[in-house]
Design a protein. Structure first.
Length: 128
């Protein structure tokens, strides 16, 4: 639940960052347009400055995203995933035992599977 909440916040922040960048670029373009009225020759410098500012902001945002991603502690998430996988395998084994279905041996627990089970999990094949 914490991870999904964090993902929702990240998506919200991505949207806000995109909006901020768009508004900043619009402000720069408006300033550039108003500056072009008074000085026709300086538009190339203004565009270069705008491009440099956009690139700098993009680089900063990418760096912050990498730092945030790298600083997330994923051990709890991985532990929870392993626990859920173990519970799923146990539930499958319990169901198979209840129904008398032989599972393919996935671990070497010392006990051998029956030689010819009455039922088995998987596609049914006919023997001639």
């Amino acid at each position: 639940m914490a991870v999904s909440s964090a993902r929702a916040k990240i998506e919200s922040l991505k949207s806000s960052i995109s909006d901020m960048k768009m508004k900043r670029a619009m402000a720069e373009l408006t300033e550039m347009a108003s500056g072009m009225i008074s000085s026709i020759g300086g538009s190339g410098d203004t565009l270069d400055r705008l491009q440099a500012m956009v690139e700098e902001e993009r680089t900063k945002a990418a760096g912050r995203a990498r730092v945030a991603r790298d600083s997330m502690d994923m051990t709890g998430v991985q532990l929870k995933e392993a626990e859920q996988n173990a519970l799923a395998e146990q539930a499958l084994a319990d169901f198979a035992a209840k129904e008398g279905i032989a599972l393919e041996p996935t671990t070497s627990s010392g006990s051998a599977a029956p030689a010819s089970p009455a039922k088995s999990m998987g596609p049914q094949t006919e023997k001639n």
